[in-house]
Structures are given as structure tokens and as C-alpha cells.
Unconditional design. Sequence first.
Length: 107
Amino acid sequence: MNTPGTIDRPLTHDPQKQAPMKPSTPEPAGSATQDFTPCGAKDSRQNRTREMQLIPEAMARAHMRERLQEAEQDRRAARVVAARRMQRKAERASRRARRALAMAVMQ
């Protein structure tokens, strides 16, 4: 392919300077079928399209909410683990202090 630039990476972003698009396969004129839209269906299709467009957004919100809840649970669990670790450390320090006091009193 000798054509400089591609659709994704055109040489220029100025539409006036870009080469005109040509159909890749030659089709006879008027070969495409026309869209058939019954009366009154256009509004429902537009609403459905709007709802369909909002579905990924709603799913993303739900997914983010779920991830935030998981992160909060993880943080809570980490705080509980740290609190237990500090409690055990404090209990060991308390036992050492009692032992040291008992040894001091006994001498």
C-alpha cells in the first residue's frame, strides 16, 4: 500500500486536505436497501437508543460503587489487623514491664 497515512493516523487532520473517501467495493447505485421505519416507532427507537446508550454508564457506575465498597472493606480489614497487632505488642510490653517491676521488687 503506497497511500501515505491511514484512517487512524492521517497525515493531516484538516478535512480539506485529506483525500476523498472511495468505496472499497464497487456497488451499483441504489443497491442498498432503505431503512423501513413504521409510523410512531421512531420515538420509541430513539428512547430505546438513549436507554441503550446509558446502560454502559450505569454499569460503570455500579462497577465503581462495588469496587469502592470492596476497597473500603479492605481498608477496614487492614485497620482491624493493625489494631490486633498493636494490641498484641502492647500486651507483650505490659508483660515485660510487670516482669521487670516484679524483678525489681524481689531484689
